[in-house]
Design a protein around this ligand. Structure first.
Ligand SMILES: Cc1cc2nc3c(=O)[nH]c(=O)nc-3n(C[C@H](O)[C@H](O)[C@H](O)COP(=O)(O)OP(=O)(O)OC[C@H]3O[C@@H](n4cnc5c(N)ncnc54)[C@H](O)[C@@H]3O)c2cc1C
Length: 460
């Protein structure tokens, strides 16, 4: 794939309002900087789109020259090596408008959840956002999006009402279940395979306050805590969404004393049922001695305190498994292969799924594996240990849980991987077949291939 010439770059820069950077030009690296610092995309050209017309011009420019198009907003979800082609950076498309009367928000492709929460909450409304407010709305939602209240609410993708997307022909389409049910189905789950989304409209729910937080236990109680998590989640109503994390804290003064230098389990909860929440969570306090018990009523804007994830850019690599069940073999594998004595430091997140996540929304989507009852995620920093060691450690865990693995979640594949690595693990077979058939209609030349690619079905 030939890189655009200097003249071609000048032509493109003339067509758009935002900045255009060729490889090696001033501003190129800064435009590409994002949350993930361990992997570095190297497109031939980066377009900092200032509006939807810029996205159209960039897609047309790439398509006419046979160049692949990649897209990114915050850089949280870097997954596929980008070497050459045109990368469209959406971070300037960050406009958010909340429509309280219709209970929805219109959200630009570069917006983060925190911006939506800040504008929606004063109206007593909340979006289907996840554990960290700094994650981008569009990338998260197009791959499904499991939020803090996921069992109560379903996937974020289930609440999308309309998508504005620039397709491979350079057209900007307003896609809804009524205007184009097939493309609307494919976009919600097929992520970046069908175009560059410039904005979307998503439903908001009336929520005044939530009840939630986290309880920490020492890792010496890992067996008891994970077994209780399995038994408790088997009975938990769908009004509560819970997860358990495992993490080792370095002995640094920035961490609270009970966690400093310890390997711990962090059980997190969120529910809108303020009345029932305390009673549902109470039994956890008898499982083992607690290191920190920080559960209570909170405003949704403070929900980032439930997971307490780092909000600074850093390097990480990781993967996920959508699980049918949590038999003892799975719990033993988590503790033995990703716990306190793992070969490399692992951050584990085991989330309870089911509830509304298991139900197809009124307008079905390509989000797969709704039958999964849990998702197991693991991530590690490759710094100091190396990517090979990290991947080998994670692989041992994912091999051990394979008999209970239904598939993987595109949102929780972190770090660059060969584009074809997981395709068949990200979608159920009928979904993948339908996506391929629709890809042949909407992107027959596979312009959008710098991703976990759905290849266009061959015409007979
Ligand atoms: C700290 C942290 C917490 C997280 N918490 C959750 C959580 O609670 N629930 C959950 O489901 N996920 C969660 N995630 C995963 C997150 O949803 C994915 O990493 C997602 O890809 C991030 O999207 P982004 O736009 O922020 O990142 P980016 O890296 O900018 O984008 C990721 C990918 O999304 C696609 N994409 C982005 N914008 C567009 C567009 N305009 N058009 C088409 N495709 C586009 C592209 O494929 C791009 O490569 C979390 C991730 C992190 C790092």
């Amino acid at each position: 794939m030939a890189s655009p010439t200097r003249d071609e770059l000048a032509f493109l820069a003339d067509q758009v309002r935002g900045p255009v950077f060729g490889r090696g030009q001033d501003g190129y690296a800064a435009e590409l900087a994002g949350f993930q610092t361990g992997f570095h995309p190297r497109p031939a050209v980066v377009v900092g789109a200032a509006d939807a017309e810029d996205v159209r011009a960039a897609v047309r420019f790439a398509a006419e020259r046979g160049l692949a198009v990649a897209v990114r907003s915050t850089g949280h979800g870097v997954t596929v090596p980008v070497d050459g082609g045109v990368l469209i950076s959406t971070k300037r498309l960050a406009e958010v408008t909340v429509h309280p009367e219709g209970r929805y928000a219109r959200i630009g492709a570069g917006a983060r959840w925190s911006a939506v929460v800040a504008l929606a909450e004063p109206h007593g409304l909340v979006p289907p956002s996840g554990s960290a407010g700094h994650v981008g709305v569009v990338g998260y939602t197009l791959a499904g999006g499991m939020g803090l209240l996921a069992r109560e609410v379903g996937y974020a993708a289930d609440h999308v009402r309309a998508v504005d997307v620039v397709t491979a022909d350079g057209d900007l389409r307003h896609v809804t279940a009524a205007t184009d049910p097939d493309l609307f189905w494919a976009l919600r789950g097929g992520r970046d395979n069908f175009g560059v989304v410039t904005s979307l409209e998503i439903g908001l729910r009336p929520v005044e306050r939530i009840y939630g937080g986290g309880i920490y236990f020492g890792s010496e109680h890992a067996e008891a805590v994970l077994a209780f998590f399995r038994d408790w989640t088997a009975r938990a109503p769908e009004t509560i969404t819970a997860s358990v994390g495992m993490i080792g804290y370095p002995p640094l003064p920035v961490f609270p004393e009970p966690l400093r230098g310890r390997h711990v389990l962090h059980v997190r909860f969120a529910t809108t049922d303020i009345a029932e929440g305390p009673g549902l969570i109470q039994p956890w306090r008898a499982v083992a001695p607690t290191l920190i018990d920080a559960v209570g009523e909170l405003a949704y804007r403070d929900a980032g305190s439930i997971y307490r994830e780092p909000d600074f850019a850093h390097a990480y690599d990781g993967n996920s498994a959508l699980l049918s069940d949590l038999p003892p073999e799975v719990l033993d594998a988590i503790i033995g292969l990703a716990g306190a004595d793992a070969a490399v430091g692992c951050v584990v997140d085991l989330r309870h799924l089911g509830g509304a996540l298991a139900r197809e929304p009124a307008a079905p989507s390509a989000v797969s594996f709704r039958a999964a009852n849990y998702i197991l995620r693991v991530l590690s920093s490759p710094e100091g240990v190396g990517l090979a060691e990290v991947r080998a450690t994670h692989q041992r865990l994912f091999d051990a849980v394979r008999p209970w693995t239904l598939g993987r979640s595109l949102n929780f594949v972190y770090g660059e991987r060969a584009a074809a690595d997981f395709r068949s693990e990200l979608y159920e077979k009928p979904t993948l077949d339908r996506l391929s058939a629709l890809k042949a209609v909407h992107d027959p030349g596979n312009v959008f291939r710098a991703n976990h690619n759905i290849e266009p079905a061959r015409r007979r």
